[in-house]
Design a protein around this ligand. Structure first.
Ligand SMILES: [Zn+2]
Length: 241
């Protein structure tokens, strides 16, 4: 059976002399592990299509349990990322988070679009990578079912005193100073950034450039991601620059 789907290459590993095993992420089919036969032969049309970050329309043949890539119409390979090591590492991090989320035959159109938009900003905009990554994380986590509680204290349910509000990443949201005395403080601006991110599209990200509180929001949010997702990341994650 032959089918066509949009997808992006999350991972690849060379196999035998000329083949490659590829992990694709598709909005309709989720994770697809497929072989690209002969793609490493000289002049193979599939060589570039089986590199990580390559996004396009893939034609896949299923025989029994095996999926093989027969063709690809490349839409964007995000090739520019290879010229900037820092941005490349951030991009690999996005792929790892998508890899941790993608399951076979489980559709994930929201995550797929988020990934493509974040990679496009990373490759083609001048916005700081740390801002783009935090903005990706703050939209990725709600899609994974983890939306931090930003309006009321996660412990007592009351409105935290803005002068002593905390971000308790372990409990999953803002807290009063008395309820989570060991959690770091969070400013009103950073709290609002995290709260708004879950409700806005990724294309709203440029509005945050120059906002004084995004670095704080990014720093506080990272442990919220790590605690919940790290064990699901299959490959070794490099330290983000
Ligand atoms: Zn409280």
């Amino acid at each position: 059976m032959l089918y066509t789907t949009d997808a992006i290459v999350l991972r690849r590993a060379d196999y035998r002399d000329y083949d490659r095993m590829v992990t694709l992420f598709s909005p309709e089919h989720g994770r697809i592990d497929a072989i690209a036969r002969g793609c490493r032969r000289p002049k193979s049309a599939l060589l570039n299509a089986t590199e990580v970050f390559c996004a396009g329309q893939f034609t896949i043949n299923i025989t029994g349990e095996r999926h093989s890539i027969t063709q690809c119409d490349i839409r964007d390979s995000f090739y520019d990322l290879r010229f900037d090591y820092d941005r490349l590492i951030h991009g690999i991090y996005y792929l790892s988070l998508a890899d941790a989320a993608a399951l076979p035959e489980q559709e994930a159109p929201g995550l797929f679009m988020l990934l493509l938009k974040a990679l496009a900003h990373l490759a083609y905009s001048q916005l700081p990578a740390a801002l783009l990554t935090a903005s990706f994380e703050m939209r990725y986590m709600p899609l994974m079912g983890y939306t931090p509680q930003m309006e009321r204290c996660v412990v007592c349910g009351r409105e935290p005193d803005p002068a002593d509000a905390r971000f308790d990443e372990e409990k999953g949201g803002v807290a009063c100073g008395l309820c989570s005395p060991n959690a770091p403080r969070i400013s009103h601006g950073a709290r609002r950034i995290i709260w708004r991110a879950a409700q806005t599209d990724y294309t709203a990200v440029p509005k945050l450039e120059g906002h004084p509180d995004w670095p704080e929001a990014a720093r506080l949010y990272r442990p919220f991601v790590t605690r919940r997702i790290e064990r699901r990341i299959k490959s070794d994650m490099p330290e983000l620059p």
